[in-house]
Design a protein around this ligand. Structure first.
Ligand code: FAD
Length: 240
């Protein structure tokens, strides 16, 4: 296998996005290895919900910062034909009296504090928007008009096409065993600057390749190796 600076395992929406962003940031030598087809994992099962309503402020910030990309996907990936299939139908959330009421009130207030448009609906307004739902016991109803859903498969393929156009190599590895180690030989993994494995379970034997070590950073924190970990991604920095 040739040398690559960056190796991404799995072309789901995360791997395709990582590949696109590496290339867009100027990485010259990126390889994506996919054992099936682009987006065929959980990506193609996703409901694709896009909203900024989250109970953790950092997640609200992350969702808000990605909003421009989804609203302007073609421009974001630099491809006139790209579409993320965005449908802005709004996002409605409600809670009855009880222990879920205060957390919902707090997260709606936090969104409003962050200048995100959130409306409080009464039961009649909510029913007009969603006639199939019964709001009889709803004590609080929030509505985020800008929210909606996109098509995760289109997003993954849009990122993958953009990555390819920018020089990223995509390799399809189909094996009977479908195990990661068949996709690699140890020297090529050792010579990469970074291996990103969004799909990797903890016990992948691949992580035990001599000469590599697992990123010790905890999820959503800055890793001691200086690599920013994201929620779904495990990084394997290679020992110098
Ligand atoms: C029913 C459902 C609804 C969801 N709804 C939402 C939602 O509304 N909003 C939201 O944000 N998220 C939602 N999600 C979650 C979202 O779909 C996932 O978080 C996202 O798709 C994960 O992307 P990924 O690239 O990490 O994984 P995947 O899409 O699973 O991609 C992993 C890829 O790695 C490949 N792979 C695996 N092992 C190997 C190997 N050994 N060698 C090479 N390639 C390999 C697989 O073939 C696959 O293509 C939903 C998920 C499901 C199942």
């Amino acid at each position: 296998m040739s040398h690559y600076d960056f190796i991404v395992i799995g072309a789901g929406v995360i791997g395709a996005s990582v590949a696109h962003h590496l290339a867009a940031l100027g990485a010259q030598s990126v390889l994506v290895i996919e054992r099936g087809t682009i987006g065929a994992g959980t990506t193609s099962q996703s409901s694709g919900l896009l909203r900024t309503h989250y109970s953790v402020r950092q997640n609200v910030e992350l969702a808000r910062s990605s909003w421009w990309a989804f609203n302007n996907f073609a421009e974001y990936v630099g491809d006139d034909e790209a579409s993320c299939g965005l449908v802005k139908c709004g996002y409605l959330i409600c809670a009855p009296e009880g222990d879920k009421l205060d957390p919902l009130r707090a997260s709606l207030a936090a969104q409003q504090d962050m200048d995100i448009e959130v409306q409080l609906l009464d039961k009649v307004e909510a029913h007009e928007r969603l006639p199939i739902a019964n709001f009889d016991d709803a004590a609080l109803i929030g509505f985020e008009p800008e929210a909606g859903f996109a098509d995760a498969y289109l997003v993954a393929t849009g990122f993958a096409r953009s990555a390819r156009r920018r020089g990223v190599k995509m390799r399809n590895v189909i094996s009977r065993r479908q195990r990661p180690e068949v996709a690699f030989d140890a020297p090529s993994a050792r010579s990469a600057r970074l291996v990103v494995a969004p799909a990797a379970p903890e016990d992948w034997p691949w992580f035990r390749i001599a000469g590599t070590r697992r990123c010790r950073g905890s999820q959503q924190s800055r890793c001691p190796e200086g690599i920013l970990c994201c929620h779904a991604t495990r990084c394997v920095p290679v020992q110098p």
